[in-house]
Design a protein around this ligand. Structure first.
Ligand code: 5GP
Ligand code: ZN
Length: 112
């Protein structure tokens, strides 16, 4: 299986990791859209939000616990945004479930 994020998780493709635990890896996005732009990725290959099963509920919970830790570590004391793109209309380009953690400047009320 050809999956960029699985290769990053295994360390076969370099990345700047900012967090890792048994369930989750997080690294800086290659093409940052904000001063802080981290991708939080479950270690298990799950293709998208549509492919999450009941058995994955713990993993998804761990993603959000990781987000909280990363935000604290990176000093996002004024807040941050978490985005998941699911499927073509949302612009999902990598077929391994991931959550964008964005922060470091005021984003306002609008969605992006
Ligand atoms: P998506 O559009 O699927 O929600 O987000 C995929 C993200 O992965 C994009 O923001 C893109 O910049 C990032 N990305 C793609 N390939 C790589 C890579 O090889 N390394 C890193 N660090 N980020 C990547
Ligand atoms: Zn994968």
């Amino acid at each position: 299986m050809d999956c960029i994020f699985c290769e990053i998780i295994k360390g076969n493709i370099p990345s700047t990791k900012v967090y890792e635990d048994d369930f989750v890896t997080a690294f800086n996005d290659l093409n940052p859209q904000m001063p802080v732009h981290v991708l939080i990725v479950p270690k298990k290959h799950i293709a998208s939000c549509n492919d999450i099963t009941e058995d994955d509920a713990l993993i998804v919970g761990k993603v959000f616990l990781a987000a909280k830790e990363i935000a604290k570590k990176l000093g996002l004391d004024n807040g941050y945004r978490i985005i998941n793109n699911c499927g073509k209309d949302a612009g999902q380009t990598v077929g391994h479930l991931h959550f964008h953690l964005l922060g470091g400047k005021t984003m306002g009320e609008k969605i992006i």
